[in-house]
Design a protein around this ligand. Structure first.
Ligand code: CDP
Length: 226
């Protein structure tokens, strides 16, 4: 089977925009595989924190990324056979992930691993560079965003539900800092590519956003057939 014929939907966007939730729902609806690319950067961050690696040591961080012993099972993530699904969601891991994601060699080490998720019958993936770098031939590319205030509220709710303490003001400040770092880095910066459709979810429910992506996907499938 030609790998390139397997449909891919990419959902890129800033921190806490809801792309993970929407991507997972769309994947479920279509019966597609799901790749949370941010989790890979967070896993490298967790491993680096555990091993006490200096954040400026690109070589060591790239080595961790290349040799990461990880597997995804249903909604759970295991690092070296230990369940780390919630552990990688802390702000500490998020900030570290955002910092090490600016190293070209770290990003390169994760490319093959990400592309391997392209399996029949299709893939939905979310991140920052899914449509621009990892799957440039994706059938549908979405750039999903929301205001920083709404994103901070969503992230707050998500963390509290996981039993992780948080402050909305601190979260909003952190989100803005992370946006800035992710948008200004020289490799694979966070930006809407010209062939991606913009979906602003500030005043949309999860269901409305999910249906919009599904509708766009159907349109893409139809126009591919004609
Ligand atoms: O959950 P949140 O959207 O805040 O972050 P994430 O998607 O889990 O990703 C964590 C960090 O990894 C981001 O701040 C990005 O810097 C980086 N990342 C990236 O550079 N490229 C990706 N495709 C995904 C994440």
């Amino acid at each position: 089977m030609d790998i390139n014929s397997i449909p891919v939907i990419t959902i890129d966007g800033p921190s806490a925009s809801g792309k993970g939730t929407i991507a997972q729902l769309v994947a479920k609806k279509l019966g597609f595989h799901y790749l949370d690319s941010g989790a890979l950067y967070r896993l490298v961050a967790l491993k680096a924190l555990q091993a006490d690696i200096n954040i400026s040591d690109e070589n060591k961080l790239a080595k961790i990324a290349a040799t990461l012993d990880v597997f995804f099972e249903n909604d759970q993530i295991y690092l070296e056979n230990k369940l780390v699904t919630d552990k990688i969601r802390t702000e500490e891991c998020g900030v570290m992930a955002s910092k090490l994601a600016s190293f070209p060699r770290v990003r390169e080490s994760l490319i093959v691993r990400q592309r391997a998720f392209r399996q029949p019958p299709g893939l939905v993936t979310d991140g920052r560079d899914m449509g621009s770098v990892i799957f440039p031939d994706a059938l549908l590319k979405v750039f999903l965003t929301a205001s920083a205030e709404i994103r901070a509220q969503r992230r707050y709710k998500q963390l509290i539900e996981k039993g992780i303490n948080a402050s909305i003001v601190e979260l909003q400040r952190g989100i803005q800092k992370r946006d800035e770092r992710d948008s200004k880095r020289s490799v694979a910066p966070l930006q809407q590519s010209s062939d991606a459709r913009l979906l602003d979810t500030t005043s949309l429910s999860i269901l409305q956003a999910q249906n919009c992506v599904l509708e766009w996907y159907r349109e893409c499938c139809t126009s591919e057939r004609v």
